[in-house]
Write a protein that binds this ligand. Structure first.
Ligand code: CDV
Length: 311
């Protein structure tokens, strides 16, 4: 019996600072309804879906910073999303800024959750690779202060049995790192869901700008193929607060082929019926890890952080 899962990648257009959570949730619900009409069982939303991408601003007022975070999930403003998804019997993956009370202190994470069709939160991931900087860099045209507003995720890269398969999550910059996919690959992942906010201009390396779309696709295709997994990449694209961001949401098959792709840079749903067994012909042959991997030759991967060329 093939295991099919029909997935919707719910790309979002820009969310300006003046947009309320309520307005955003209405847009997410519109995505859910269209997804239902198109036969989806699972809808994937982007990174930090509920607000504008606030790390672009230097802020020192704690209350202002906290206004972008969720203290509970679902909370008052997100409850209608959970209610409508449950009514439609749709699962979803949602990225948001999480304010947690843990270890006797306030902690802030860039988080994604996986919600089953009955409304249960069945998986949580906290972003590991935080790009950008922690101090104010006024020479930049816009900031990227993820290292200031979040701490690195403390949950590793867990996978979850849900939706009839083995599901994993990562967030934006994580998609550029092969370790992200391989750690999940080693747990048998069959579908990786990820959202991103990727400015088209990279102030520290403007020579990369022309390759934004290529690097996005290259990373996700490599991760999919090398681990025999589906990758669902979902953007918050378009020009948000005067910062143009990459759209190009896509669904990548375990072959590494892009099988569905967004056409524009606004709210747009792309749908694909994914065979969760499609990765097997890769994980049973070329990427049969148990047969071919040589962990004894890879020790540096975990023992060394930065590159150290020979003397
Ligand atoms: N939100 C991100 O993680 N964005 C980074 C940008 C800063 C390069 C990304 O890897 O797309």
């Amino acid at each position: 019996m093939p295991r099919y899962l029909t997935v919707g990648a719910a790309q979002m257009g820009p969310i300006q600072r003046s947009h309320s959570r309520r307005e955003v949730v209405e847009r997410l619900i519109a995505h859910l309804r269209e997804a239902r009409r198109m036969g989806c069982e699972l809808v994937v939303f982007p990174e930090l879906t509920l607000t504008t991408f606030f790390p672009r601003w230097w802020m020192t007022d704690e209350a202002e910073i906290d206004s972008f975070f969720e203290r509970e999930m679902p909370g008052n403003e997100t409850a209608p999303l959970f209610t409508e998804a449950k009514r439609l019997e749709l699962g979803f993956c949602l990225g948001y800024a999480e304010l947690a009370q843990e270890d006797g202190r306030t902690r802030r994470f860039n988080t994604s959750i996986l919600v089953e069709r009955d409304g249960r939160i069945v998986g949580k991931y906290r972003k590991v690779h935080l790009p950008g900087h922690a101090e104010h860099e006024p020479q930049r045209p816009f900031q990227h202060l993820e290292k200031r507003y979040f701490e690195p995720g403390n949950l590793g890269f867990p996978v979850f049995r849900a939706f009839g398969g083995i599901m994993g999550m990562c967030i934006c910059n994580d998609r550029r790192w092969p370790e992200t996919y391989r750690v999940m690959g080693l747990q048998g992942v069959e579908m990786v869901m990820l959202g991103y906010n990727t400015p088209l201009h990279n102030p520290p390396a403007p020579d990369h700008d022309e390759h934004s779309g290529f690097h996005n696709q290259l990373s996700m295709q490599a991760g999919a193929y090398q681990n025999g997994t589906w990758v669902i990449g979902v953007a918050k694209g378009g020009t948000e607060e005067r910062v143009p961001s990459l759209a190009d949401s896509q669904i990548v098959a375990p072959s590494g082929k892009v099988v569905a792709r967004a056409a524009g840079d606004g709210d747009e749903l792309i749908v694909y019926r994914c065979d969760l067994d499609a990765g097997k012909s890769y994980t049973a042959t070329t990427f049969n890890f148990a047969r071919h991997r040589r962990p004894e030759a890879y020790r540096l991967i975990v023992e060394r952080k930065g590159a150290e060329p020979p003397p």
